[in-house]
Design a protein around this ligand. Structure first.
Ligand SMILES: Nc1ncnc2c1ncn2[C@@H]1O[C@H](COP(=O)(O)OP(=O)(O)OP(=O)(O)O)[C@@H](O)[C@H]1O
Length: 223
């Protein structure tokens, strides 16, 4: 049976600045939801609220019918890739992998040809793009039902972007994924549903032209 994540009535202000005024979003297994929006519209804020590490003024988060206040405290419900790296720098790659995955997954994970080619064995010695790939692959391989990816393509070169998109597509057979990235072409390419954070609310996008109408991309950039 597919898993279902529902977010409703999310309201968040910072001081006097209303960032999110009323958000509703539903994600189920198989969904890859591409969340778009101009800088500062509240995409990361929404992801942090969803994960539970940022307090909202109001929110309602339900996974498979159970209401959660801090979803990150649950086991295997939801994972979050923040904009900045989250793996401890001093650790070896293998140790980090062992921290996140089951014992029986580790060997297979480490045999990934991209990881095999790395010169580094320590997290601190990875390049930005290599680290992004490792973190994304790790999260996608956890048992979590839902994965939130905040700017997964940021700082990643085209070949690795392609590999990340393949991983996302493959994983979506078993999980629900919400991702946001300013590389909207890659978002349009990999996601199967789209939404735009605009003026504190969320709009479902069914047609790329709507992104022009809502002022997210200029007409000239739409192919
Ligand atoms: N801790 C904070 N204190 C005060 N204001 C904040 C805080 N975090 C975010 N904001 C404000 O909330 C708004 C939304 O920020 P957020 O980072 O969620 O935007 P975003 O859509 O992810 O932007 P970007 O695409 O540039 O990453 C911005 O105006 C930001 O300045």
């Amino acid at each position: 049976m597919p898993n279902l994540l529902e977010i409703d009535s999310v309201v968040k202000s910072f001081y006097m600045h209303d960032v999110l005024t009323d958000i509703y979003l539903k994600c189920q297994t198989g969904d890859i939801i591409g969340m778009l929006g101009r800088n500062g519209t509240g995409k990361s804020t929404l992801m942090k609220i969803l994960f539970g590490t940022l307090q909202a003024d109001r929110k309602f988060i339900r996974i498979d019918g159970v209401v959660y206040d801090q979803p990150y405290k649950t086991v295997n419900e939801i994972c979050y890739l923040p904009q900045d790296s989250f793996l401890p720098k001093h650790m070896s790659i293998e140790k980090a992998v062992k921290l996140y995955l089951d014992k029986n997954q580790v060997q297979d994970f480490m045999e990934d040809p991209i990881l095999q080619k790395l010169d580094a064995s320590k997290i601190a010695h990875l390049s930005g793009g290599e680290l992004r790939y490792l973190e994304i692959k790790l999260l996608l391989n956890t048992a979590c039902k839902f994965i939130l990816l905040d700017e997964p393509f940021n700082g990643v070169s085209p070949i690795l972007v392609g590999e990340i998109k393949k991983l996302i597509l493959k994983t979506s057979e078993f999980k629900g994924i919400i991702l946001t990235d300013h590389d909207y072409r890659n978002v349009l390419d990999v996601a199967n549903q789209f939404c735009l954070i605009y003026d504190g609310g969320i709009k479902r996008i069914d047609d790329k032209q709507e992104l022009v109408r809502w002022g997210y991309i200029p007409e000239s950039r739409l192919e």
